[in-house]
Design a protein around this ligand. Structure first.
Ligand SMILES: [Zn+2]
Length: 368
């Protein structure tokens, strides 16, 4: 039965409210993740692509056909609409879906396991992990379809090297599942991977550029650190903000690793895929001791965390956040003894796709 105009409007409003709630509790960040709700047997409403949750309005929420993914709107629906459609196709009872890049569930999804066996509230649970495929690809939708079908009594699935997808009869059920997954996966990381790491940015020495001059957040920033900032700004004229992340996960990697292969799509997209950690402070030629490259947005320093760069504060913060998640996963994989990394080609495709769409969106926003 078709929804009335008022019902449709309130369904759109509800999607926005749930998106903001998820954003506030930290399960959604930046423009990553998406939320949808079924409106009849063959259609669902979904959040648009590339718009921040704070800026959503009802007319941006797009109705999509479950069978052929067609839609009529000037706003493009989320590029992960096929994944939502796959869930609605298999599970006729599902009315609401949340896709997130939530930290602990995503980290558990990098270990190369087909399922995560863990516990929640003293009960044993199994969380299926859908095999990896590039975001937005038909293969990814097929993988989700098959996993949802195989585990038909489960309302939460991890997407390998990407995130999670949670659903239910209504938004409350889907949200409960997303929160449950996060707690249960953190239990797994602590118990099985011996990785008990709080997610976040532990700020060290930040700076930004104001009319060509470097301004440090902390006035007595040491000379040694200032040299690193100066070197980054000199070699990366596009950088305007530097956030120094000294979180436990990032610090551990800066001490122990020499090279970080991406474990996440968003890491490959936002940070890059040739992230090296110097093994000493002086480097081979005694000069260019930091790995400062055009397409790598995190500069690691031995035993000093990483300097996360962006053309504005928002971008640098997103890099710091995604880097921390990537480093928690890296620690978990090391301690677990195995993991599933993205291939170089997958990293390249992720990075190129993101640069193309993101710069296009930024251009559009500037024109407005
Ligand atoms: Zn995603």
């Amino acid at each position: 039965m078709a929804l009335t105009k008022e019902e449709l409007q309130s369904a759109k409003q509800h999607i926005i409210e749930v998106s903001r709630e998820l954003y506030d509790i930290g399960l959604l960040v930046r423009t990553w993740g998406n939320v949808s709700c079924r409106i009849d047997e063959d259609h669902f409403l979904i959040t648009p692509t590339g718009i921040r949750y704070q800026d959503l309005t009802p007319e941006m929420i797009v109705a999509v056909d479950i069978n052929d993914l067609s839609y009529e709107s000037s706003f493009a629906p989320s590029s992960e609409k096929a994944v939502h459609a796959a869930c609605y196709k298999v599970r006729k009872d599902v009315k609401f879906i949340i896709h997130t890049h939530q930290v602990y569930a995503s980290c558990a999804g990098t270990l190369g396991l087909k399922k995560i066996v863990t516990y929640f509230d003293d009960a044993d649970i199994i969380i299926p992990v859908a095999p990896y495929a590039l975001p937005g690809s038909a293969k990814l939708a097929t993988n989700i379809y098959n996993t949802v079908k195989k585990y038909s009594d489960t309302n939460g699935i991890i997407m390998s090297n990407h995130g999670a997808i949670c659903f239910g009869k209504n938004s409350r059920e889907a949200m409960y599942e997303a929160e449950k997954l996060e707690v249960a996966c953190n239990n797994f990381l602590i118990d099985v991977c011996k990785t008990d790491m709080h997610h976040g940015v532990e700020v060290g020495f930040n700076s930004h550029k104001e009319e060509g001059v470097i301004v440090y957040d902390i006035s007595d920033t040491p000379e040694r650190v200032k040299m690193i900032h100066e070197e980054i700004y000199r070699r990366r004229p596009d950088v305007k903000y530097i956030i120094h992340n000294k979180s436990e996960a990032v610090m551990t990697v800066s001490r122990r690793a020499s090279h970080m292969r991406p474990l996440f799509d968003d890491f490959a997209q936002l940070i890059g895929y040739n992230v090296k950690i110097p093994s000493n402070e002086y480097g081979k030629d005694g000069q260019n001791f930091h790995n400062i490259k055009r397409n790598v947005n995190a500069v690691f320093v031995l035993n000093d965390g990483a300097y996360c760069v962006g053309s504005n504060e928002d971008d640098a913060l997103a890099v710091a956040d995604v880097l921390d998640k990537g480093c928690i996963a890296y620690n978990a994989v090391m301690r677990h003894g195995e993991g599933h990394y993205l291939s170089l080609l997958e990293c390249y495709r992720n990075n190129r796709y993101y640069r193309k769409t993101y710069s296009k969106l930024a251009e559009l926003a500037e024109k407005e």
